[in-house]
Design a protein around this ligand. Structure first.
Ligand code: ZN
Length: 222
């Protein structure tokens, strides 16, 4: 049975939901729609929720928590940042958190962890201690890849076998304040950042990644 939780509301009052397939086993956390100008990431995460509804028999033993649209205000306006102009993926309280200027595309916020979207992910991680995390994004310039932080290389390779993307331990630039840095690098929770091709359609991204997502969920890797 898939449960729906209303975790928080965005600054503009839109609800942010999590869908949970409850189980005794340690949780797997999946996050999409963190950047509002990466709609494919929310689409793919929404499809994951549907998959959980339809394939529930196969996944009876999994404990899954999916937040498909973390940044509903940004998704509504098609902008990377939330409505307070903060880049959520630069707002996590990492050791190397840096603020940047408010008009910067990578503005880290008034303080580390200041945003409701960031706080709800931190709270989910504190409460559930997930054994692995998948965060779905998009990247342009045919740089789609499976990026990993922390002890997640084998997991990333299992996914790449299905989607054919390159496996990368970094994305080519520093990401202070990112979920990957906070959870994967600093806390050693295996964390994969799936970077979908920004110029592909929603449906193509899903078709190309359906099996990769299944392998992320079901891979027997610890
Ligand atoms: Zn992104």
């Amino acid at each position: 049975m898939l449960k729906t939780h209303m975790l928080a509301t965005s600054a503009e009052g839109r609800p942010i939901h999590a869908y949970e397939l409850e189980n005794e086993s340690p949780a797997i956390l999946i996050v999409g729609g963190m950047h509002g100008d990466e709609p494919q990431s929310a689409f793919v995460a929404d499809r994951i929720v549907e998959l959980l509804q339809t394939r529930i028999g196969d996944m009876m033993h999994e404990h899954l928590i999916v937040v498909p649209q973390l940044n509903p205000d940004g998704l509504e306006r098609g902008s990377r940042k939330n409505s307070r102009e903060v880049d959520i993926n630069r707002n996590f309280p990492t050791a190397n958190w840096s603020q940047n200027e408010p008009d910067d595309a990578y503005y880290g916020g008034p303080s580390a962890g200041s945003e409701p979207e960031t706080q709800l992910i931190l709270e989910l991680i504190r409460r559930h201690g997930p054994r692995r995390i998948l965060t779905v994004h998009c990247i342009d310039g045919e740089r789609q890849c499976v990026n990993f932080d922390g002890p997640a290389e084998a997991l990333a390779r299992a996914m790449a076998k299905e989607n054919g993307y390159e496996v990368r331990s970094d994305i080519g630039h520093a990401t202070p304040g990112s979920l990957g840095t906070w959870a994967g690098y600093e806390r050693q929770i295996p964390t994969v950042t799936l970077e979908l091709p920004a110029d592909e359609t929603d449906e193509k991204c899903w078709q190309d990644n359906r099996d990769a997502v299944m392998s992320f969920i079901q891979a027997a890797i610890e």
